[in-house]
Design a protein around this ligand. Structure first.
Ligand SMILES: *[C@@H]1O[C@H](CO)[C@@H](O)[C@H](O)[C@H]1NC(C)=O
Ligand SMILES: *[C@@H]1O[C@H](CO)[C@@H](O)[C@H](O)[C@H]1NC(C)=O
Length: 469
């Protein structure tokens, strides 16, 4: 029996290193109200679309005070994940440049070792995989810090390190090979890499896979054995509402989710792991998770968003998980999944980019010139169909779809928005609407608060909210 277990464990370990695994980035600071049951609900919702694990974004618990509870939530996360055959890895948030107590190797080592025997701990080859957000821009960290962390851990606690070092990911948008080579020279301690830059950087061009290819080939040519982790995200918009125009930005994301996934299924890049950005970063507008209930303060996923809630509440993103599910299945199985339903996912912002809003202290949104004032649609249909889209006086804009794969289309906002117009979408077949529906939000020419976070809708059956729908 003993020998058998060892052999079975070894088989699992070997499989992990070659598996196509999908993680979603999870902000632990948004899990204050969570209990084990809530973690299980989130995990079930993630598993429904093929996500294998969460990368736990963890701010140092004593950095700015008041985050000591995160240690207990992580404990609950491991309990829930182990019970559900789900994986967890740390993504130590090393981006905070002012801390009372920074991350230190002793504490990190303890937290890593604590769960070394837990089945939810994600391993790469036989090591525990550890990731970060940052670690290159704060003087307390850097290559020597990482090297020290690694050498302090051995045996079943040994780690493989695949950090996200943002200066290199940003630089790679201009000079991918140069940034990748510099990374390898500056950070000899790393085993793998996570390229955080999932969005076009201050440009109206679509994202390319050139940085992914450069980082991955640099790792290979240095003989590194860690994973290349590819980031995939649907959107980016953040407004810190502090009056500084540099602290409000949008990234050109109109068709980003579909474009980025196609790099994966089109073999532009063959990462070892995908990390979706993100599961629950509400304030950066790239959450895939259901929105919590804003009013129910006793809900186990209750979250306080403050000013940032002005552009988050009401902006459901759940149907984006349909797009993720389709491409994740394709990537894992090597072929597109059969299409068994008629679905159109469609999304739009709720005011034109040129609107002047009455509230909020932001005077300008960086990159606001790039998004198109339009409704975007992604259709997955089981038979040849015409997708019809209308918004205000722009009526019945159509595109064709069939069961070969997703089809995309758009309809621009009309110039006259009157008192507000509600986008409508129908799936037409043989002259009949087989599915139709309206957006949950209107598009208006005026706004009380600047909002470049889209609302995402679904026509047809499937994921709209909640893990069971
Ligand atoms: C390391 O971090 C932990 C957690 O914040 C803290 O309790 C501890 O005091 C730190 N140790 C040192 C030496 O700074
Ligand atoms: C980005 O790609 C989409 C197709 O997914 C295309 O419609 C759009 O025109 C592209 N944007 C730019 C700026 O090239």
């Amino acid at each position: 029996m003993f020998t058998l277990n060892v052999a079975a464990a070894a088989a699992l370990v070997v499989r992990a290193a070659s598996a196509a695994d999908v993680f979603a980035h999870f902000m632990v600071q948004n899990a204050y109200a969570y209990d084990v049951g809530q973690w299980k609900t989130d995990i079930a919702s993630a598993q429904q679309i093929g996500i294998d694990g969460f990368a736990l974004n963890w701010i140092p618990p004593d950095c700015q005070g008041g985050l000591g509870w995160t240690v207990d939530r992580i404990d609950d996360a491991f309990t829930a994940a182990a019970a559900m055959n789900f994986k967890l890895m740390y993504s130590f948030d090393m981006s905070y440049s002012t801390c009372n107590i920074y991350w230190n190797q002793t504490f990190m080592g303890e937290m890593i070792s604590k769960y070394a025997g837990n089945s939810a701990t994600y391993r790469w080859n036989s090591n525990i995989l550890v990731s970060t957000y940052g670690g290159d821009q704060v003087q307390q960290y850097g290559n020597d810090f990482f090297a020290g962390l690694k050498s302090s851990l051995s045996g079943s606690n040994a780690i493989t390190l695949a950090p996200a070092l943002t200066t290199y990911s940003l630089a790679a948008q201009d000079d991918a090979t140069g940034a990748a080579n510099k990374l390898m020279n500056d950070y000899s301690s790393i085993d793998g890499y996570f390229d955080w830059q999932a969005w076009p950087l201050n440009t109206g061009n679509n994202i390319t896979a050139t940085p992914d290819q450069a980082f991955q080939s640099a790792l290979k040519s240095k003989g590194k054995t860690g994973p290349y982790i590819m980031s995939v995200s649907p959107w980016q918009y953040k407004d810190l509402n502090n009056g500084n125009p540099l602290d409000t930005w949008v990234a050109y994301s109109d068709t980003l989710f579909d474009d980025r996934f196609k790099q994966l299924t089109g073999d532009d890049v063959k990462p070892d792991i995908i990390e979706l950005l993100t599961w629950n970063d509400f304030c950066e507008s790239h959450y895939l998770r259901d929105l919590p209930n804003q009013q129910d303060t006793s809900a186990k996923d209750y979250v306080v968003l403050g000013d940032m809630g002005t552009y988050v509440w009401g902006q459901n993103h759940a149907p984006w998980r349909i797009i993720a599910k389709y491409y994740i299945s394709w990537w894992k199985n090597g072929s597109p999944p059969a299409i068994t339903m008629d679905q159109v996912v469609f999304w739009h912002r709720i005011h034109p980019k040129g609107a002047t809003c009455s509230g909020g202290s932001s005077t300008a949104v960086r990159n606001a010139q790039y998004p198109d004032d339009a409704v975007f649609a992604w259709a997955l249909v089981k038979e040849k169909s015409t997708i019809s889209m209308s918004v205000g006086s722009n009526q019945y804009w159509t595109f064709e779809a069939d069961n070969n794969g997703p089809a995309t289309g758009m309809v621009p906002f009309p110039s006259d928005l009157g008192n507000g117009v509600t986008p409508e979408v129908a799936i037409m077949r043989n002259g009949q609407a087989v599915q139709s529906g309206k957006s949950s939000q209107v598009v208006q020419g005026y706004c009380t608060y600047q909002n470049f976070n889209p609302v995402v809708n679904l026509v047809g059956p499937g994921i709209n909210v909640g893990p069971s729908s």
